[in-house]
Design a protein around this ligand. Structure first.
Ligand code: PAF
Length: 277
């Protein structure tokens, strides 16, 4: 497996393999089983799989964990190779954003909802870096986890509206045995916080069981989830029930919607969601 560090080398690799069909898994590294499931799926569906490992500075807001974000390129490259990737693209921040860099790509509308409220500029950073990565890697398909549901919808919208010639594929959330959604940020949790954080998936499972039993009032479900999460000391940033097209809140349970939440345990901010169809 190749480790590619420069834009020039990435372009050369893409030009050589584009005709075979490239599958792409963009990541910020600290790979876990969630990422590996995306890589494995890409390996199955494409002749060549490229994984990017790049902690993208433009998607971190002031005061967030850009400096502290885990950087484990050697381990990531070994995992990507084991999973069957043909190349890891790991550019430096300087390579991607040279001095006087000034061009951004912004998707409107759905970026104001959910995480967009507390992370201004975050999605602009995501869509900017993905635009650059899509141009460099030239994939036919790109794979994203459903845990970052808003990101998935934003990327799908950008690709549709800017006529990118690639397919965006959303893949199911991978969870720990006790239900906690896999995330590179789980490693920030203390042992006690880690145990309490299980309440996120527990509250979503509870909402699913209530819907199965016929409850349709979103407010009732959100209140129940809020109570469960507060009982475990989680600091709720939002719990919302929204359309998966507009991300606008909905009052009653209906198809193509989701429960989405962001909750802090200590200083660690976790997100999770449940698709309703
Ligand atoms: O989901 C992530 O890890 C990042 O937002 C992504 C898609 C790699 C862009 O930096």
């Amino acid at each position: 497996m190749e480790i590619i560090k420069t834009i020039a080398d990435m372009k050369q690799f893409a030009a050589a393999h584009r005709g075979e069909g490239i599958g792409f898994v963009p990541t910020m590294g600290a790979l876990h089983e969630g990422h590996l499931s995306l890589i494995q799926r890409s390996v199955k569906e494409n002749a060549v799989t490229v994984v990017s490992v790049f902690v993208n500075p433009t998607q971190f807001c002031p005061g967030e964990d850009y400096e502290a974000y885990p950087r484990t390129l050697d381990a990531d490259a070994a995992l990507a190779a084991d999973a069957g990737a043909a190349a890891v693209f790991a550019p430096s921040a300087q390579e991607m954003y040279p001095e006087s860099y000034d061009t951004y790509v912004e998707t409107g509308g759905i970026t104001d909802a959910l995480c967009g409220k507390s992370r201004p500029g975050h999605f602009r950073g995501v869509t900017t870096v993905l635009t650059k990565l899509f141009h460099l890697v030239q994939p036919q398909r790109a794979y994203f986890g459903q845990k970052d549901a808003q990101q998935l919808l934003v990327v799908q919208k950008m690709v549709r509206e800017l006529n990118f010639d690639l397919e965006i594929i959303g893949c199911p959330i991978v969870r720990e045995a006790d239900g906690l959604a896999k995330s590179s940020r789980n490693q920030y949790l203390s042992a006690d916080e880690r145990q309490r954080a299980v309440v996120l998936s527990r509250s979503l499972n509870w909402a699913q069981a209530q819907m199965d039993a016929g409850v349709t009032a979103a407010a009732q479900l959100i209140d129940g989830m809020r109570t469960m999460i507060a009982a475990e000391g989680g600091d709720v940033e939002y719990i919302e029930y929204v359309s998966r097209e507009t991300l606008r809140p909905l009052d009653t349970v209906q198809p193509c919607s989701m429960f989405a939440l962001a909750v802090r345990f200590g200083t660690t901010r976790l997100i999770d969601n449940l698709f309703v169809d």
